[in-house]
Design a protein around this ligand. Structure first.
Ligand code: SAH
Length: 212
């Protein structure tokens, strides 16, 4: 279903600068409409964020593709995602061969996405907790990808990264953020690249925004 729409989305992603063939193929194969409410299926392959309930959104395809291309996961890489949401980003990483661990703080979303993964047969480790603390049990990770915007870079996430690993996180105010791309070069040293102009829902937690 929606194959033609997916092919058009791939063209849009290419025009916007996504060049990695494996990433483009993943976007062609993974069906985004499965991760959004039925009433919005007709919009699934437009390059926009969409509501998924509980005040949250599935990110814009370009943004997901950008982060996935920067992460460029290789087969067997251990990747931690903060902000499971709909599960779309987790499945793309899984499709690219990564061992995916993903944390969601909203219990209803966590339950819904766990059920979806069971139904679709994906083996992706999910947990309901505050992702700003990471998931120490399975650390270190080759990559950590944060799909909600925080005020700062959580120290736990830096610690749980393997040498050479990449941490990708939007940092800024509640409305707009810059993508921070950190590569771990030593015990506590990082090479950082910053890319402007992203807009994510807030990262809420001990090392994120506080509610209320
Ligand atoms: N990757 C998701 C994007 C969902 S939006 C997708 O592909 O659909 C970001 C998600 O981050 C929301 O579901 C929100 O509830 C969650 N979130 C916010 N703060 C969090 C935290 N501290 N730990 C875990 N999840 C968090």
């Amino acid at each position: 279903m929606y194959e033609k729409e997916r092919q058009e989305l791939i063209l849009t992603l290419k025009e916007k600068g996504i060049t990695n063939e494996r990433v483009l193929k993943a976007f062609l194969e993974v069906e985004r409409h499965l991760f959004i409410p039925q009433a919005l299926h007709g919009h699934a392959y437009v390059d926009n964020a969409l509501p998924i309930g509980f005040d949250q959104t599935i990110s814009q395809p370009y943004t997901v593709a950008f982060m996935t291309q920067v992460m460029n996961p290789q087969s067997g890489d251990k990747i931690l995602e903060i902000g499971t949401g709909s599960g779309y980003q987790s499945v793309l990483l899984h499709y690219l061969g990564a061992k995916v661990y993903s944390i969601e703080r909203n219990h209803d979303l966590y339950l819904r996405t766990s059920q979806l993964f069971d139904k679709l047969g994906y083996r992706i480790a999910l947990r309901c907790s505050d992702g700003t603390l990471g998931w120490n049990e399975f650390a270190p990770y080759n990559g950590i990808l944060v799909t909600a915007g925080g005020p700062e870079i959580p120290t736990n996430l830096k610690k749980q990264l393997a040498p050479g690993g990449k941490l990708i996180i939007p940092v800024g105010d509640r409305k707009s953020q810059q993508m921070h791309i950190l590569q771990k070069t030593g015990e506590d040293s990082f090479k950082t690249t910053i890319v402007p102009d992203f807009s994510f829902v807030p990262l809420i937690g001990r090392e994120g925004w506080k509610i209320g």
